[in-house]
Design a protein around this ligand. Structure first.
Ligand code: ADP
Length: 749
């Protein structure tokens, strides 16, 4: 067919016709290839048939197919098939590795300088090489290689044919992999098939020559690699190929934890990496275990011809016999350990040991470089993550104030949805920043001045607070000079944090302290004043009694104040815990009214309880305190006497009103109604605030701390209920709160 194809080109057939003929040929070839590849015969026979078929289309000299069967468990198994011919020149595995790495079909001219095969020196030769990685679904399944006398043989059509065959080959290899895995399961052996590397079949002289060649070629390839995983994969594959080892692994040494961290491995079948690790984790071994650990500790390469004869060495996998391990070290420090395994006892000898040692020496510097690169990568990834996830807005500026990078919190902290000018970098601080914030900046000059100081004093750390309006925001800005590794000034790092809440909390705390001190000072002053008077002069007994009564009242007020303050702070700190029981309110109310009898001398207390009354699930003492606060307020703020009504009923959406935000469920409603002074509408929302007391002549006369209702509301809400008030000036007020009815379970428990 190649001759025919040449004929098409020479005769002056129209282009379309040529293309048509060629594509029909190709179609026929591919159909035939499909038939051959799926005829159910052993893979080796199918591949040989494919080679024969291919030769009809492409005048190649020889061909090789390398398959990587992806094992069900981590690790791969390799098998090679060569087209039957008598071309004596050895295949170059380095070229194959290149194909595997670059992942693309490649044609090139190669020269073999007088190679020696079976102790015969062959004439130097130049040949054309075509390598096609079989990639499918993001994975490398194998490599198809062809060699020919002339590069013209691998013209565009030849390449198209090969390319068209690749998906089919991937499918066949994948299918074979599945059936091999099946047989692995049926009869578990660690190695699905022993590789028949070209090397294994050669004479020792050829081996030595090949190994030397490999060392040089590998050295060159490793020099070019910075990616740690790629470098180790390449190193392992080369070593496996060159030594004929069936399996191998490379681990890095973690000196701190005295462990080996497996990085790459191949050919172990289902062992020893059977346990799936969570994503991103690697297998770790204590370096006290196994031959590799010994090598990591001693820094010397070791060879065991038969592991089973060494009871103190635990083999990497069962069924293993020969094991060879060599360190990869720099300046005497072991960076990694390379292990080779074989189920054949005495599979490795001194030759392999020397070769692997030499290989590891070659790999040492490239490995150190790749590890350093990896460390730099890790560090920069970590820093990027920190930069991106910090809740503080960060921006790195150069000397001119240009923003080199910023994190997501930068824009959100300034209250902007996107960076100034809605653009990507670069933007400038303060120019663009002030511009973007202008409508919200009451004092733009402050920010501009801050930046000017940055410029004037490049080595100073400075800090400011920026106020923003609509909404009100307070931002703390810290500007720190940055330097490069040589200590040269490079610009600044700005850190911006929103301190609005902290400032508000500070403000409230200060206000609280000043109110408390004021509240404490008032009764103390009168206690001190009256006692001083009593000490200084002799008063008539009736006056003395009056003074002592005042001192007593103020001391009681002080004690109540301290008590309430403690209550508020315990509620704030979340320290109030409920000790809940199933409680009948009827009995609790009876106890409470007995306590209040003395204060009720000028009022009439009417108690109306629904009958029957469901029990509630509450803390007895806290409910008593709630009711006590409300009833004493009702008494206090009805100075004219009058009627106080305590009503308890079940909340019923059809009859009894509940506030709209009330939680759902089964509730009892308790109301305390008085006919007192009432509360003005503007004061109604504020009476729950701490220290808030309605300020009028009536209330000034009536004592109080302004904390009772705040505590009462806190206690009701701890029970899950709500409290609310209705009031009319001069007519009276109704305070109502809800308590949870005990469920069946609570009643039984
Ligand atoms: P105080 O110790 O001042 O009573 P509270 O927190 O219990 O503090 O009440 C806050 C304010 O609410 C009171 O100062 C008073 O002005 C008003 N108030 C509370 N209960 C009543 C009521 N039943 N009638 C009229 N005003 C009331």
């Amino acid at each position: 067919m190649p001759a025919e194809r040449a004929a098409h080109r020479n005769t002056e057939l129209p282009l379309v016709q040529t293309l048509f003929l060629e594509s029909t040929e190709m179609l026929a070839l591919l159909t035939e290839a499909t038939r051959l590849l799926h005829n159910g015969r052993p893979l080796a026979l199918r591949v040989q048939a494919l080679f024969t078929l291919l030769r009809n289309a492409i005048a190649y000299r020889d061909a090789r197919l390398t398959c990587w069967f992806q094992s069900a468990q981590p690790g791969t198994v390799r098998q090679q098939f060569c087209a039957p011919d008598d071309w004596p020149y050895p295949w170059d595995d380095a070229l194959m590795r290149q194909m595997a790495l670059n992942g693309q079909l490649t044609c090139r001219l190669c020269v073999l300088d007088a190679p020696q095969e079976n102790q015969v020196t062959l004439p130097a030769v130049q040949f054309a090489y075509l390598g096609a990685p079989i990639r499918w679904d993001g994975r490398l399944w194998g490599i198809l290689e062809l060699r020919a006398d002339d590069l013209a043989i691998f013209d565009g059509i030849a390449q198209e044919i090969v390319a068209a065959l690749l998906p089919q080959l991937a499918a066949v290899i994948a299918e074979e992999g599945v059936s091999q895995r099946q047989s692995e399961r049926d009869a578990p052996v660690p190695f699905a098939s022993a590789p028949t590397t070209a090397l294994a079949a050669r004479s020792s002289a050829a081996v030595a020559r090949h190994q030397k060649h490999l060392l040089t070629a590998l050295g060159h390839e490793l020099e070019e690699l910075l990616d740690l995983h790629k470098l180790l994969t390449l190193l392992l594959r080369w070593t496996l190929d060159a030594t004929g080892a069936e399996a191998g692994a490379i681990s890095l040494v973690d000196h701190e934890r005295m462990e080996l961290v497996v990085q790459v491995y191949e050919g172990y079948g289902v062992e020893p990496f059977a346990t799936d690790l969570p994503h991103g984790l690697r297998h770790r071994w204590n370096w006290e275990v196994g031959l590799a650990g010994r090598v990591a500790r001693s820094g010397r390469a070791l060879l065991l011809r038969d592991v089973t004869q060494n009871p103190d060495v635990r083999p990497t996998a069962s069924n293993l016999r020969a094991e060879l391990a060599a360190p990869i070290k720099v300046n005497g420090r072991v960076l990694a350990v390379l292990v080779l395994d074989s189920p054949r006892s005495a599979a490795f000898g001194n030759e392999e040991l020397a070769f692997v040692r030499a290989l590891c020496e070659r790999a040492a510097q490239p490995l150190r470089r790749a590890m350093t690169y990896q460390e730099v990568l890790e560090t920069s990834t970590q820093l990027n993550q920190v930069f991106a996830s910090l809740p503080i807005g960060l921006a790195l500026l150069d000397m001119t104030g240009r923003v080199l990078r910023f994190n997501p919190a930068w824009s959100t902290t300034w209250g902007m949805l996107s960076p100034p000018h809605d653009s990507d970098l670069p933007f400038h601080v303060p120019l663009d920043l002030v511009d973007a914030l202008l409508p919200r900046l009451p004092d733009p000059l402050r920010l501009t001045e801050f930046c000017a100081t940055d410029q004037r004093t490049p080595d100073a750390v400075q800090q400011t607070t920026v106020q923003l309006i609509n909404p009100l925001q307070e931002l703390q800005v810290l500007s720190v000079p940055t330097h490069d590794s040589l200590g040269q000034h490079t610009g600044r790092l700005w850190a911006v944090s929103d301190v609005t809440r902290e400032r508000e909390v500070d403000r409230l705390k200060n206000e609280f302290v000043s109110i408390v001190s004021h509240e404490l000072r008032t009764p103390l002053t009168s206690i001190l004043g009256y006692t001083e008077l009593l000490i200084a002069r002799d008063f008539a007994p009736s006056d003395q009694k009056q003074f002592i009564k005042t001192v007593y009242d103020q001391a009681t007020h002080l004690s109540q104040l301290v008590e309430d303050l403690l209550g508020v702070s315990r509620l704030d700190a979340g320290k109030v815990k409920l000790n809940r029981w199933v409680v009948a309110l009827r009995q609790l109310i009876a106890e409470l009214t007995n306590q209040l009898n003395a204060q009720l001398d000028r009022h009439r207390l009417l108690i109306r309880l629904a009958d029957p009354l469901a029990p509630v699930y509450v803390d007895r003492d806290k409910v008593k305190q709630i009711l006590f606060n409300l009833l004493t307020n009702a008494i206090k703020y009805s100075p004219n006497g009058g009627e106080i009504e305590l009503v308890v009923q079940e909340a019923d959406p059809t009859r009894v009103w509940l506030p709209p935000d009330h939680p759902p469920g089964h509730w009892l409603l308790v109301s305390v109604r008085d006919q007192g002074i009432g509360i003005a509408p503007e004061d109604l929302p504020r009476i729950w605030e701490r220290f808030y007391r309605v300020d009028n002549t009536n209330t000034r006369r009536i004592g109080g701390t302004g904390l009772g209702l705040s505590i009462t509301r806190g206690l009701v809400e701890l029970h899950g209920g709500r409290i609310w008030v209705e009031s009319e000036m001069g007519k009276g007020s109704v305070f109502t709160f809800s308590l949870p009815v005990a469920t069946e379970v609570e009643r039984k428990g």
